[in-house]
Design a protein around this ligand. Structure first.
Ligand SMILES: Cc1cc2nc3c(=O)[nH]c(=O)nc-3n(C[C@H](O)[C@H](O)[C@H](O)COP(=O)(O)OP(=O)(O)OC[C@H]3O[C@@H](n4cnc5c(N)ncnc54)[C@H](O)[C@@H]3O)c2cc1C
Length: 379
């Protein structure tokens, strides 16, 4: 699909492909199996500009666009979906809302370190009782004098264990429900704010998923991100962008599954011939590629719409829904094509399958994406 890309986007894609294949590919399976956060790789990604692709150089970004971001997350996720989500959560869920909703002081204070990858960010919206129903947040922020006092427990923050900057959503007026929610920026080490349980997961084990506990956390008034009681909008706009990141991650997983399945089908002999000679295998490969390219086009379109400042909420939901289901489809077929070997850790197909599943769940489940799409069609 290079004909849809600019020269600059193709160069970026090739650069990230080389970096990911040489630096991430060889260590991905071992890191994932051992729940090891790839700190050295993230540092290098920062040096290459991958932690702040779509943001202006005035704040330390790489001055590129959201299609470049999509391509980079896909290329990284082709080799390691954990590294893909570390970059995606950091960029889409933390850099983006600070850039979009932050005051000039907040941008100057946080973006240079985040966009260069010197500091990692995490976004903390979910709670035990507030998942799909993100507005049901029970964490509170109460203004006392000129300080906000935060109390509560957030769940599932990707990068939560390594982050030095958190975007956190809390209720500032519980009587108003979603209209009484606000966003805050919290720095690591703020007294009373600490990392709780780290989740043991099915896949993407190199990325941390952490509980964030808040006990009488005092924040200055300037820690508010965006307008008071408009935090639900901050969260929803942020998740639109996040869905492009997760769609791109899913594309990377799908492509990994396809490339490995093609390679294996040519090398594996049964009945005195490569299994790629069998029509049953050829049809699986054809179906995988159609699913991948269709999802790629949807993701490219949504990224282009974001670049152009259009409303792309429905298109982001469509891209994320389709790409995540394509990733599951392709990972499943990749195991099938590998036969029994695909079920073992000797091949990467089982990792792709485990990693693919989460793309149907986080940043809005597939049911929530369908809800977003249907609501926009029915309004
Ligand atoms: C590995 C991992 C990383 C994550 N990273 C982050 C992060 O960085 N930051 C963050 O804030 N959160 C994060 N999350 C949370 C994630 O976004 C939520 O898990 C997700 O939104 C679903 O919420 P839930 O788990 O509470 O499921 P629930 O909302 O309880 O959903 C359970 C089931 O009910 C369905 N359902 C719920 N409501 C409806 C409805 N109205 N219509 C139809 N079906 C419905 C769902 O689709 C699902 O099938 C992460 C989660 C995981 C597992």
């Amino acid at each position: 699909m290079n004909y849809l890309l600019t020269e600059e986007q193709i160069m970026l894609k090739e650069m990230v492909h080389k970096f990911a294949k040489e630096r991430i590919g060889p260590v991905a399976a071992d890191n994932e199996r051992n729940h090891r956060f790839p700190a050295d790789i993230i540092k290098e990604a920062g040096e290459l500009g991958l932690m702040g692709i779509a943001y202006p150089s005035d704040y330390g970004g790489a001055d590129m666009d959201y299609i470049s971001y999509m391509l980079a997350v896909e290329e990284v996720s082709r080799w390691c979906a954990s590294t893909g989500v570390i970059i995606s959560a950091h960029s889409s869920l933390v850099c983006d809302p600070i850039y979009r909703f932050g005051t000039e002081e907040q941008k100057q204070k946080y973006l240079p370190d985040l966009l260069s990858g010197n500091k990692i960010g995490a976004f903390s919206l979910s709670e035990s009782g507030a998942g799909s129903d993100a507005g049901a947040t029970k964490t509170t922020a109460v203004l006392q004098g000129d300080k906000w006092i935060l109390n509560g427990a957030k769940l599932w923050a990707t990068n939560g264990n390594e982050a030095e900057v958190y975007i956190l959503i809390a209720s500032t007026d519980p009587s108003q429900k979603v209209k009484g929610i606000s966003a805050f920026i919290i720095e690591k080490g703020t007294p009373g704010c600490y990392v709780g349980k780290l989740e043991r997961k099915l896949g993407i084990k190199s990325s941390s998923t952490a509980e964030i506990i808040l006990e009488n956390v005092e924040l200055p008034k300037e820690a508010l991100l965006g307008e008071l009681n408009k935090g639900f909008k901050v969260a929803m706009v942020t998740l639109d962008g996040g869905r492009l990141g997760i769609a791109s991650q899913a594309l990377g997983i799908a492509r990994a599954a396809i490339e490995d399945a093609i390679k294996y089908s040519k090398e594996r002999f049964q009945f005195d011939q490569p299994i790629s000679n069998f029509q049953a295998i050829q049809w699986m490969i054809a179906d995988m590629w159609v699913r991948y390219e269709a999802a790629w086009l949807l993701t490219w379109r949504a990224s282009k719409m974001k670049n152009e400042g259009m409303d792309y909420s429905r298109e982001a939901a469509m891209a994320k829904l389709d790409a995540s289901e394509a990733a599951m489809f392709c990972a499943n077929k990749a195991i099938q094509i590998h036969g029994g070997f695909g079920y073992t850790e000797d091949f990467n197909a089982e990792r792709y399958y485990r990693d693919a599943k989460i793309t149907e769940i986080y940043e809005g489940t597939s049911e929530i994406q369908r809800l977003v799409i249907a609501r926009s069609l029915l309004k």
